[in-house]
Design a protein around this ligand. Structure first.
Ligand SMILES: Cc1cc2nc3c(=O)[nH]c(=O)nc-3n(C[C@H](O)[C@H](O)[C@H](O)COP(=O)(O)OP(=O)(O)OC[C@H]3O[C@@H](n4cnc5c(N)ncnc54)[C@H](O)[C@@H]3O)c2cc1C
Length: 463
């Protein structure tokens, strides 16, 4: 069977690529060995947000009196049902991809794919039958899995990765979370809110280490206040699972300690799925565990492309999708733009939420910019006060000389929906002036962005 484009993997990289390819008139097939939608829909972005929503609602119930409502006596939950809801949301979204494939006349091939020389792909289906397909262009989007450290081998029961954390049969009483990137933080927040005693261990001096330092410090304070124990500058040296729960030896600046918990969640990053997919046979080059590509996602072998978590760009769903779209548009030969990796928003959906784009204050200074920084706290926002959630702030960084918007860093309820303003503004190369002259609706949380920009220019109104 011959196709114009075969996409391997149906995550947000693969399925979006396939749809854009079909829109552009390519005869397209997509191959998937698990469920349509990849990690994002089945084991990542979506089911985690469903769990966090349950935690959020539970938290509201506990604080009903603060809103003038009757106290909810003994608010509780059924952990299995909370997990079931999250799994249900994931499978609904996966079903939606099935519909989109059909609508766009994309052939869905279920099985495990391997690339072959001569622009061919072999697929082994569930019955073990192998079928070979050919295509003018093969796009590899096989994604990634939870990274396993040698001293933290995952047994899936007591030392777990994100898949198990999303589907535990019962709620652990205590949990050690190793790693405080977005994945670690979101699970720590969910389990802590539901009543699990959570201890977080981070190797670096700050949690959410990629964020602006002020944001990291603020989130650390908020999470500690909510009951999470946080250890920074600390590393898990070994784990012992021989007893009832888990014992983790942790090296800290002041010596070694042993933490005990029911379960340990390893959230120390991801490993790209580059093994066993035929890369060596075809001669596709990799480096440090990722597939090497040029700016149009071509691998070292013509006709083979790679996008998403398997290449060394930011491991985010929206990045994977954008790469796939860019890749097929370039194959089609239409005018398309390269992705600006300096303008990718990153969001973490803990409470308070975190969202950022562009340079941190430290990075801006290191690059030699003379900067103007503006900050606006949610405690001065009418909408945040009405919402009863004033934890957080907006921080914006401008180049003092030409007014370029260098970075936006947000922490607080709703900021993951607000960061897009900064992304669009930066794309349009606006200065603070255009933001101040773009009237933001009142009362909204979005006003805080305008106020933070005003603060950078010495014109802030409400503080
Ligand atoms: C817990 C968690 C939460 C996350 N939350 C967010 C978030 O809020 N926002 C965000 O932007 N990102 C989030 N991410 C990251 C996001 O999920 C990934 O960046 C994204 O899924 C990458 O998309 P992808 O298409 O490259 O690969 P994937 O989504 O990993 O999809 C790859 C697909 O390829 C299939 N596959 C692999 N090998 C083969 C083969 N040989 N043959 C056939 N099929 C194959 C796999 O089964 C899989 O379905 C999260 C990740 C995790 C783990």
């Amino acid at each position: 069977m011959n196709y114009d484009i075969i996409v391997i993997g149906s995550g947000p990289g693969g399925y979006v690529t396939a749809i854009r390819a079909a829109q552009l008139g390519f005869k397209t097939a997509i191959i998937e060995k698990e469920n349509l939608g990849g990690i994002c829909l089945n084991w990542g972005c979506i089911p985690t947000k469903a769990l966090l929503k349950s935690a959020h609602v539970f938290n509201y119930l506990k604080h009903a009196e603060e809103y003038g409502l009757n106290k909810v006596d003994n608010p509780g939950f059924d952990f299995t049902k909370v997990i079931q809801r999250s799994r249900g949301v994931a499978s609904k979204m996966s079903g939606g991809i099935q519909f989109l494939m059909k609508k766009n006349k994309i052939d869905v091939i279920l099985g495990t794919a391997k690339v072959k020389p001569g622009k061919k792909v072999s697929v082994v289906d569930a019955e073990g039958k192998t079928t070979e397909y050919a295509a003018q262009n093969i796009i590899i989007a096989t994604g990634a899995r939870s990274r396993e450290l040698p001293n933290l081998p995952q047994d899936g029961k007591k030392v777990i990765g994100y898949r198990q954390a999303l589907s535990l049969p019962e709620q652990p009483k205590s949990m050690i979370v190793v790693g405080s990137g977005a994945i670690g933080i979101e699970f720590a927040d969910f389990y802590n809110t539901m009543g699990t005693k959570v201890t977080m261990v981070e190797f670096l001096p700050n949690i959410v280490p990629l964020e602006d330092e002020e944001v990291s410090k603020h989130v650390e304070k908020s999470l500690k206040k909510s009951g999470i124990d946080i250890m920074t500058n600390a590393s898990v040296e070994s784990v012992d699972t021989s007893g009832e729960g888990v014992k983790a030896k942790v090296k800290t600046a002041t010596g070694e300690i042993t933490l005990e918990a029911d379960i340990l969640l390893s959230a120390v990053g991801i490993s790209a799925n580059i093994e066993g997919i035929g890369l060596e046979e075809v001669g596709i080059k990799t480096d440090k565990g990722r597939v090497l590509v040029n700016e149009w996602y071509q691998t070292s072998v013509p006709g083979y492309y790679a996008i998403g978590d398997i290449i060394p760009t930011q491991a985010l769903a929206h990045v994977a999708s954008a790469e796939g779209i860019t890749c097929v548009e370039k194959i089609k030969g239409i005018h398309t733009e390269k992705i600006d990796y300096g303008n990718i928003p990153g969001c973490t959906y803990c409470h308070p939420e975190i969202a950022s784009v562009g340079l941190t204050e430290k990075q801006a200074k290191e690059k030699g910019y003379e900067i103007k920084v503006g900050k606006f706290p949610f405690s001065a926002s009418g909408k945040a006060t009405a919402n009863g959630d004033v934890d957080g702030f907006i921080k914006v960084i401008f180049d003092a000389k030409y007014g370029e918007w260098l970075g936006a860093h947000m922490v607080g309820d709703g900021v993951t929906d607000m960061i897009a303003e900064a992304v669009v503004a930066r794309k349009l190369e606006t200065t603070g002036h255009e933001i101040l002259k773009s009237i933001h609706p009142h009362p909204t949380l979005s006003e805080t962005v305008m106020e933070a920009v005003a603060a950078a220019y010495g014109e802030v109104i409400h503080i």
